[in-house]
Design a protein around this ligand. Structure first.
Ligand code: 4NP
Length: 149
């Protein structure tokens, strides 16, 4: 799961997908990163931690890292939160195999629509709640498709 800062959207996506695969008993490695390094080593934004905790999921111990090309070797699927993140990820790809791993997260729940997860960082509390529900729906589809594999 990849966003810009790795302190709002992608930590939420990591926490939600991890929670869902755990519930299904699937052995899947889930992680998140940011395309930028501004927040490397920080825990998620306190507003995102609070919103996620209100839904029973604890993301407080996650720590931000920057996405790098090694992640293409570690993961089978790489989900970008928005089109700008997706382009930055693709710029680090070394092969068609790498490029084929990258998809916009919301295409899992809204196929073919190329929607972006809005960045809640600059806005109010409601933005975090809205993003929670968008990301939850996408992670539900992903965990169900992993369960069918
Ligand atoms: P995120 O949100 O990409 O969802 O983690 C942001 C967090 C921090 C910044 C931008 C977006 N920033 O510019 O520091």
């Amino acid at each position: 799961m990849v966003c810009l800062g790795n302190i709002c959207r992608s930590p939420l996506a990591e926490g939600l997908l991890q929670h869902k695969v755990d519930k299904l008993g699937l052995d899947v490695k889930v992680d998140s990163a940011g395309t930028a390094s501004y927040h490397t080593g920080e825990h998620p934004d306190s507003r995102m931690i609070k919103t996620t905790a209100n839904h029973g999921i604890d993301i407080s111990s996650q720590m931000a890292q920057q996405f790098d090309s090694e992640h293409f070797n570690e993961f089978d699927r790489i989900y970008a939160m928005d089109k700008s993140n997706m382009q930055d990820i693709l710029d680090l790809a070394n092969s068609d195999n790498d490029r084929n791993k990258v998809e916009l997260l919301l295409n899992a729940s809204h196929p073919g629509q190329d929607r972006s997860v809005p960045d809640p960082w600059y806005g109010g509390e409601q933005g975090f709640e809205d993003v929670y529900h968008l990301v939850d729906a996408a992670c539900e589809k992903i965990s169900n498709s992993l369960n069918d594999e």
